[in-house]
Design a protein around this ligand. Structure first.
Ligand code: RFL
Ligand code: PHB
Length: 388
């Protein structure tokens, strides 16, 4: 097989890149290790920045997001028994949309297939060859048969645990990592939303987050030990913990309902640089991870491939590669802003096992500053909606 751009991974990064390239008349093949049903059912992100919505809309894949996504003009910070609203729209002129990542995936898969895009599911043994030459290739197994794609470029969109980052030449690489030592326990609940807007709560027992999915499904999270197991958490224990962390002086309580999905994720910050070497480029979670507190991961994946698609378009249309050469620098400017904000939100709202009493008071004081100072609330709002 021969194509212009071989893309590894059919997450938001890989699928959107393939679609943007198609709109510019550039051919690609996407290789995905999981099945279509699996990628369309994996529960992950929920919050889309205005810029992400604009990119999806301009690419012609925003219709269902607009119709079914919920526009949110504010978020709430809860601590000390009180909730404080941060008015995103008043402070920034922008809003966010809650629309599940797997719905974005469904929209992108449908768009690729409608345009006869080549999407190969359930491939295994992906290996990269000659990425430091002008004729890279990818070998893999599909439907029990060994296969190979010759391409001009290989793009690693295969997430944090993929094979493309380890295939980067080691010289000159620098990785930046922060492990937080805690995770999030996430549940999906059959019940009406408890709140019109997301609630980020700080409590001495740990962080909790009230999010939504649809008018009949809530998405809730609480800070936990990343080594804990979902089987240790009965539904009753989960509700007791959530009620304790979300306690409110005004009598508000989170709505209970049937819990139909439980999972634990670890929290880390990670950036791997540079994001390119020769004809191999990384985009999305394959190059960087943020803790989910800032709701930035999918938004970064989208902005990375938007920059990369412009570089590839310039290469094929004008025969110039200065945009491609500048990809890492252009992408990292936004990535480090999002890394900073995600780290800051995480530090502000979680309990840290090694925090001294002084540090705990500083955290409480900082929260008071954020909700009482318009300047600090504006900084949070600008970062949250991605106005940078
Ligand atoms: P993905 O989505 O991980 O996709 C990578 C794809 O590559 C495939 N793959 C391979 N394919 C072929 N060969 C191999 N060797 C392969 N290895 C892997 C995988 O099967 C997969 O299909 O990466 P991408 O595209 O970079 O997208 C990143 C986002 O998925 C991620 O950043 C977000 O989900 C993060 N995130 C959030 N981001 C937001 O913007 N807003 C949020 O509100 C938000 N909330 C979250 C989140 C992530 C969460 N979890 C579960 C980590 C909430 C949670 C709980
Ligand atoms: C979600 O709805 O899954 C979600 C919302 C906000 C976050 C993280 C996850 O910060």
């Amino acid at each position: 097989m021969r194509t212009q751009v071989a893309i590894i991974g059919a997450g938001p990064a890989g699928l959107l890149l393939s679609h943007l390239l198609h709109l510019s008349g550039i051919e690609s093949i996407v290789l995905e290790s999981r099945s279509r049903a699996d990628i369309e059912a994996t529960i992950r992100a929920g919050v889309l920045e205005q810029g992400t919505m604009d990119i999806l809309t301009n690419a012609g894949v925003g219709a269902r997001m607009k119709a079914e996504g919920a526009l949110h003009h504010g978020v709430e910070l809860a601590f000390g028994g009180r909730r404080h609203r941060i008015d995103l729209t008043e402070l920034t002129g922008k809003a966010i949309t809650v629309y599940p990542q797997h719905e974005v995936i469904k929209d992108l898969v449908a768009a690729r297939l409608a345009a006869q895009g080549q999407l190969l599911f359930e491939v295994s043994g992906v290996q990269l060859h000659g990425v430091d030459t002008a004729t890279p290739s990818v070998s893999f197994v599909h439907g029990g048969e060994a296969a190979r794609i010759d391409a001009d470029f290989v793009i690693g969109c295969d997430g944090y645990h993929g094979v493309t980052r380890p295939a980067m030449p080691p010289q000159g690489r620098e990785d930046f990592t922060r492990n937080y030592g805690f995770g999030w326990f996430g549940i999906l609940v059959e019940s009406a939303p408890s709140s019109d807007e997301l609630i980020y709560a700080r409590h001495d027992r740990g962080f909790a987050l009230v999010s939504t999915r649809t008018p009949t499904v809530q998405r809730l999270y609480f800070q936990c030990d990343p080594a804990d197991h979902v089987d240790n958490w009965s539904d009753d224990r989960i509700w007791a913990e959530l009620h304790a962390r979300l306690e409110s002086n005004d009598g508000w309580r989170v709505n209970e309902g049937r819990i139909f999905q439980k999972g634990i994720i670890g929290m880390r910050s990670f950036v791997s640089t540079p994001m390119q070497a020769g004809r191999l480029f990384l985009a999305g979670d394959s190059a960087h991870i943020v803790p989910p507190t800032g709701a930035k991961g999918m938004n970064l994946a989208v902005s990375d491939v938007n920059v990369l698609a412009q570089g590839l378009e310039q290469y094929y249309r004008q025969g110039r590669d200065d945009r491609l050469q500048g990809y890492t620098d252009a992408a990292l400017r936004r990535i480090w802003r999002a890394e900073y904000f995600s780290w800051w939100m995480t530090s502000l709202l979680h309990t840290f096992a090694d925090a001294t009493p002084f540090q705990r008071e500083m955290q409480r004081a900082e929260l008071e500053c954020v909700v009482s100072s318009r300047a600090m609330a504006t900084a949070l709002a600008e970062n949250y909606v991605g106005a940078f």
